[in-house]
Design a protein around this ligand. Structure first.
Ligand SMILES: Cc1cc2nc3c(=O)[nH]c(=O)nc-3n(C[C@H](O)[C@H](O)[C@H](O)COP(=O)(O)OP(=O)(O)OC[C@H]3O[C@@H](n4cnc5c(N)ncnc54)[C@H](O)[C@@H]3O)c2cc1C
Length: 335
């Protein structure tokens, strides 16, 4: 039997951030993930300045490509709004691997199936034992399934279905575009450029609303990719999209049960308005680690519920700094 003080199921941003904080505070943590890293993860890879702040990461210290967007193009009902902001894009295949290495904890490849409690400990598949157990296994997390599902069943109205593709595209533009409600889509579509010539395009929508509107995500995807060609944003590319489902934020009374915890997508923390999940995963992972090493109760309540307020606020802040005499040379000002 392999033992650790804390076992974290899932090495995505939630699990890696939790492991990093625990290790910094002298606790022995072990991450179990069903995949070998680097692993691919469907995601547009858009991150906010808050993610860098929570990770205590300076942009220049990230060893892989990190692209900055000083503005976003919002397209709503045929109108375009250019919003000043300060956002970033990363490639998950690199970012998640780097985060996990940075945590400096052992990582075992293991698909967690069964969890049981024995006295004061958690036993995983009769192979691992820990005093604390963190569920960071995303939408299908076995810790959620075993200890939280009954009290917190997920609401189907909050289920988001997505289709996307990330690929190298030499003619990609540098700006990020978001299209809301186009073709009666109950969600939005994105065009997110990445460093090193990569591009991520995709759509996400509420599953139940799509059904009510008698349409499917695949039909919407076909419409979207046709529009990308008409707008000369992507041409001559044969798409091979993949899909994934996850849940938007919903009421969560208890993200801790005994010494078992859920963080990130396992706790269903992606924001209501944009389905942003990396920031909430990192934040909740850190909050959970803090609760473990301080002995306080863990709550995911401080994790932001909306993204748009943050996007608009960072833009307004950047504009205010720029307007101050000598402001554009001050630290923290977007370049
Ligand atoms: C198409 C798409 C686009 C998105 N775009 C964005 C975006 O631009 N910005 C943003 O902020 N968010 C975005 N999101 C949401 C974001 O990807 C997730 O919210 C985020 O990955 C959650 O992180 P996590 O660590 O909780 O879970 P995950 O990143 O899903 O990590 C969970 C880990 O657990 C492992 N695991 C699962 N089950 C087991 C098991 N039984 N045993 C062992 N290991 C297991 C998995 O292998 C995985 O590595 C997007 C999501 C999708 C689907």
């Amino acid at each position: 039997m392999i033992e650790a003080q804390v076992i974290i199921v899932g090495g995505g941003p939630a699990g890696a951030a939790c492991a990093w904080k625990l290790n910094q505070n002298g606790m022995s943590a072990l991450v179990l993930d069903k995949k070998d890293f680097p692993r691919s993860k469907l995601c547009a890879g858009w991150i906010t300045p808050g993610v860098l702040k929570d990770l205590q990461l300076q942009k220049e210290d990230y060893p892989h490509g990190l692209l900055s967007f000083p503005r976003l193009h919002f397209h709503v009902y045929g109108r375009t709004l250019r919003v000043a902001t300060r956002q970033f894009s990363i490639r998950r295949i690199q970012f998640d691997h780097w985060l996990l290495k940075r945590a400096r904890v052992p990582v075992h490849r293991h698909t967690v199936q069964q969890i049981r409690q024995e006295n004061d400990t958690y036993i995983i598949d009769e192979a691992y034992r820990s005093r604390y157990l963190v569920g960071a296994g995303g939408t299908h997390c076995p810790v959620y399934r075993t200890f939280f599902k009954e009290d917190h069943p997920r609401k189907t109205q909050r289920l988001i279905t997505t289709v996307e593709e990330e690929f190298k595209y030499d003619r990609r533009r540098n700006d990020c575009h978001l299209w809301f409600f186009e073709n009666n889509l109950p969600g939005y579509a994105w065009y997110v450029p990445k460093a090193d010539g990569y591009l991520n395009v995709g759509i996400g929508a509420k599953f139940s609303a799509l059904k009510n509107r008698r349409t499917t995500i695949r039909r919407q995807w076909d419409y979207f990719t046709q529009k990308l060609a008409e707008r000369s944003l992507v041409q001559g590319h044969t798409f091979r999209p993949r899909g994934y489902n996850y849940y938007l934020r919903q009421p969560l009374k208890n993200a801790q049960r005994g010494r078992a915890y859920i963080v990130g997508d396992a706790a269903g923390l992606a924001t209501f308005d944009m389905g942003e999940g990396i920031g909430p995963a990192v934040k909740s992972g850190i909050l959970c680690a803090r609760a473990i090493f301080t002995g306080r109760r863990y709550s995911a309540a401080p994790v932001a519920r909306f993204s748009l307020t943050g996007i608009l606020w960072t833009g307004a802040k950047a504009a205010m700094i720029k307007r101050r005499p000598g402001g554009s040379t001050r630290r923290g000002c977007p370049k």
